[in-house]
Design a protein around this ligand. Sequence first.
Ligand SMILES: Nc1nc2c(ncn2[C@@H]2O[C@H](COP(=O)(O)OP(=O)(O)OP(=O)(O)O)[C@@H](O)[C@H]2O)c(=O)[nH]1
Ligand SMILES: [Mg+2]
Length: 306
Amino acid sequence: MSAAADGSMHVITAMRARELGRKSVVVGDRVALVGDTSGAPGVLARIVRIAERRSVLRRTADDDDTTPEGRLERVVVANADQLVIVSSLADPPPRTGFIDRCLVAAYDAGIEPLLCLTKADLAGPEQVLDYYAELDLPYVLVKPDSELTDLRERLAGKISVMVGHSGVGKSTLVNRLVPDALRAVGGVSAIGKGRHTSTSVVALRLPRVRRTGDPGWIIDTPGIRSFGLAHVSAESLLHGFPDLIEGTLEDQPNCGHTQVDVDCALDAWVAAGKADPRRLASYRRLLASRAGEPDPRDQSEGRREP
Ligand SMILES: Nc1nc2c(ncn2[C@@H]2O[C@H](COP(=O)(O)OP(=O)(O)OP(=O)(O)O)[C@@H](O)[C@H]2O)c(=O)[nH]1
Ligand SMILES: [Mg+2]
């Protein structure tokens, strides 16, 4: 899609030119085109250059950078300003472990997070919000009849990408935000059963609701089961836990902050009531899964995500 100076859009079909080599073009990329850029039916332009990316949201298939699967890094989108972490409050239930992973990915990519709690008609947000009480995490609540004014305000002027498990209501929300989006909406299948309604990443321009200013873009993505973080260093994982950072300052320089690090200052920090023990447990689960240790709850509950 190409935007003219006056804000009008036109759709151009283009293919990658050979000179791009193996570089792949992802949703959100700004590209230089040559050839016929009229957008007329049947014509193809060529993408000859990809502009430097302002931000890159990545994920890996799993956490383990010693396996080929774990090293398989995907760029989800380029140039996003905001990561909208969509989590339903019920059906499927919220998983703070998944949200924590998304927060790590957002901070790692230099993208602002926004927590979007859907299906607020089915359950209240208290538990999730209590868990994030010590973070300045912006959030919005969504139910079928809610006004989306607050969300639209937060999307205005930005490129926002939505991520979340399958069935949490991402496409439903996109269809409400962009009435002519016509994104397919599916039912909710059991987590891990692999039925995803949306199968591709799509960027849509938000409609203009105010007379001035850019209403922004929203990018819908297919539901994901896990947000692999093999590309994030163990130290960078901490960026997703700003409530714990201060607690690590008094630590010995070589402390890895894991369960087996004796005298880790984070234990004392939590014991003194300065952070929530559930947050430390979540951080340590991420450290452990990056070290290739299975999550003990995988066996008992038959799933990866807390
Ligand atoms: N009760 C309730 N149901 C909702 C709400 N939002 C979405 N749903 C329902 O949840 C189901 C899944 O919605 P989708 O929008 O397809 O979910 P998705 O996140 O796009 O799923 P994938 O494309 O598979 O990743 C549909 O049956 C929706 O009608 C809500 O706020 N309240
Ligand atoms: Mg969808």
